[in-house]
Design a protein around this ligand. Structure first.
Ligand code: FMN
Length: 164
C-alpha cells in the first residue's frame, strides 16, 4: 500500500485533464436543479449509456436519487457564464440558476439547454457511492443535437478548441 494521496495534489493532477463542460440537470416536483460537471463520459454502447459523477452534497445529487432521471447538456463555446453560474460561482442555487441560457423541457419535463451541442436525457440504471461523489449510470432515452464547438476546461480555465 502506498501513502495516502493528498486531495489537493489529486485536484492539481486532475486539473491537467482537459474536460468537456456539461450541465447535469434534473427536476424534483418543486424545482429544477443543475450543476456544472466535467466528470461525465460514455459508459456503454448497448444500451447507449453515460455516467456522471455528482457530489453527494448537492441538491442535484439528491434530485437524481429521488427521481431516477437526469439530463447531460454539453456546453458550447462561448458559455463560460452558464458554466460558472451552475458551479455556484455567483451564489445562485436551485431554480435561480436557470435564469441564464434558454431552457426547454424534454419529454419528461427535465431541463434541456437550447444552446447545448448535445443533450442526453437519461434514466438511472445504476449508481454507486465513490467517496464524496455518487456515480450515476444513465441509459439514454432521448438525444437532442445542436451546433457549434465544445467549451474545454483545463488548469482552472476555459479554453477554445482549435484544429492543429
Ligand atoms: C469546470 C467545473 C467542473 C465541475 N465538475 C463537477 C463534476 O463533475 N461533478 C460535481 O459533482 N461537481 C463538479 N463541479 C462543481 C459543481 O458544479 C458545484 O459543486 C455545484 O454547482 C454546487 O452546486 P450548489 O451550489 O447548487 O450546491 C464542477 C465545477 C466546475 C467549475
Amino acid at each position: 500500500m502506498g501513502m495516502a494521496v493528498d486531495p489537493a495534489d489529486f485536484r492539481a493532477a486532475m486539473a491537467r485533464f482537459p474536460g468537456a463542460v456539461t450541465i447535469v440537470t434534473t427536476r424534483v416536483p418543486q424545482e429544477r436543479r443543475g450543476i456544472t460537471a466535467t466528470a461525465v463520459c460514455s459508459a456503454s454502447a448497448e444500451p447507449p449509456s453515460i455516467l456522471a459523477c455528482v457530489n453527494r452534497k448537492t441538491g442535484t445529487c439528491q434530485g437524481i436519487e429521488e427521481t431516477g432521471c437526469f439530463n447531460v447538456n454539453l456546453l458550447p463555446d462561448p458559455s463560460g457564464d452558464i458554466a460558472l453560474r451552475f458551479a455556484g460561482a455567483d451564489g445562485a442555487t436551485g431554480e435561480a440558476k436557470f435564469s441564464l441560457g434558454t431552457w426547454r423541457e424534454d419529454g419528461r419535463g427535465l431541463p434541456v439547454l437550447e444552446e447545448a451541442l448535445v443533450a442526453f436525457s437519461c434514466e438511472v440504471t445504476g449508481a454507486m457511492d465513490a467517496g464524496s461523489h455518487r456515480v450515476f449510470v444513465g441509459r439514454i432515452v432521448e438525444i437532442a443535437h445542436g451546433d457549434g464547438k465544445a467549451l474545454v476546461f483545463e488548469q482552472s480555465r476555459f479554453h477554445r478548441l482549435q484544429p492543429l
